[in-house]
Design a protein around this ligand. Structure first.
Ligand SMILES: C[S@@+](CC[C@H](N)C(=O)[O-])C[C@H]1O[C@@H](n2cnc3c(N)ncnc32)[C@H](O)[C@@H]1O
Length: 363
């Protein structure tokens, strides 16, 4: 460590220190506002506020049966964070734009409140800190069942609202094949939002989900049962164990290759599982080969936080894991991974998903 790093704080420019401290406290404010959003989502408050115009804490209490003093503090916190509109701190409004982001889970691509879970369990954070010592990360199941639901709600809108109208039609010949009846695999399917969305839209096709996390498998099976779908089956099996049958016309890997300990082995298994005229549709985080390129992403710090908390951690959860993490598969690296596995055609699609790019990969 250099002597400059140990410089006495009274020799530092106080304005510069104050600006830095303000930035750091801004992240604490983010943590506290995240809690307000979680509580609003969990208690259904944004849903009640949607479309009712301006309300007071007492009126909101009348509509929800919750205590007005607690609601006033919550409403004021939301107004201070510019999530609700209020001129006087007494009357509050959730605008239509705010509702699209905070409560319209069923029809808004921009719905975000589902990503705001409760603060992490301290024992989980202990294990995460210990991973810095051992080098071995935590698999998805270590996050517990609530996290499967949170991932489902965070990633769900794009799968539910874009897959059928926008993404499938962009893949060469795929809509017709799915409509006529074919076999599809979703690898790392999580709670099976993409799978069930496709299965509902294409009842003549058969859909197989493969998933490493037992908790996600349970959730996916419950989702399939709730939807009453008979053309979907979920396998408690990891990507590397896909049947090498060449049977699949379409294989999806959505937001999961970078989480895998062996994405190379997964890609090779997908090549063996896919038909020679099949398509591998990859959804991966929108990222660049360079630090400078990634720095243009205003949410980069959040993505790297997700990486520590889950993506890189999962990808290092076994000895010799590749550890790619959230921004570990930019287009060129992904193309190389696919070519090494025996794929020869590679097309990038940008559907204006702010977090992800999509790739149509073919043998
Ligand atoms: C971020 S989640 C995405 C889930 C889902 N594809 C979606 O878009 O909602 C990543 C998933 O990859 C799964 N996963 C990680 N490694 C895997 C492997 N080797 N085989 C199968 N699934 C794996 C995790 O258990 C987790 O459910």
């Amino acid at each position: 460590m250099t002597s400059a790093a140990r410089m006495s704080t009274d020799r530092l420019d106080p304005d510069e220190v104050a600006r830095f401290a303000f930035r750091v406290w801004g992240y604490k404010q983010g943590e506290m506002v995240s809690l307000l959003i979680h509580l609003g989502d969990r208690l259904g408050l944004y849903r009640v506020l949607d479309g009712v115009g301006t309300v007071t804490a007492e009126e909101l209490a009348g509509r929800t049966g919750l205590h007005p003093r607690w609601l006033r503090e919550w409403l004021r916190g939301n107004a201070a964070a510019d999530l609700l509109r209020s001129d006087d701190g007494e009357r509050f409004e959730l605008t239509a734009v705010g509702a699209a982001v905070l409560t319209r889970e069923g029809d808004s691509l921009q719905f975000a409140a589902g990503a705001f879970g409760p603060p992490p369990d301290p024992a989980f954070v202990d294990d995460l800190a210990n991973a810095f010592r051992t080098g071995i990360g935590l698999p998805y199941d270590r996050h517990g069942p609530a996290s499967v639901h949170q991932t489902e709600r965070m990633l769900g809108p794009w799968a539910r609202l874009s897959l059928v109208p926008t993404i499938v039609p962009a893949l060469e010949g795929m809509h017709d094949r799915l409509a006529a009846g074919t076999v599809v695999a979703d690898v790392g399917c999580g709670a099976a939002v993409a799978l069930t969305t496709l299965a509902e839209a294409y009842p003549r096709s058969t859909f197989h989900g493969y998933e490493l996390s037992h908790l996600a498998v349970e959730r996916a099976r419950a989702r399939v049962a709730d939807a009453g779908l008979t053309n979907v089956e979920i396998f408690d099996r990891r990507a590397e164990e896909l049947p090498g049958s060449g049977a699949y016309s379409l294989v999806l890997t959505f937001d999961c290759l970078h989480d895998m300990t062996r994405p190379d082995a997964a890609a090779a298994a997908i090549r063996r599982a896919i038909a020679d005229d099949g398509t591998w549709l990859v959804k991966e985080i929108r990222c660049h080969d360079t630090w400078t390129g990634n720095r243009r992403n205003p949410m980069l710090a959040m993505f790297l936080g997700f990486s520590i908390a889950s993506c890189m951690s999962s990808a290092l959860s076994e000895p010799d894991g590749a550890g790619l993490g959230t921004i570990g598969l930019p287009p060129r690296a992904l193309e190389q991974l696919a070519r090494d596995a025996g794929f020869t055609r590679f097309q990038l699609h940008d559907f204006d998903d702010p977090a992800n790019l999509y790739y149509e990969v073919r043998p």
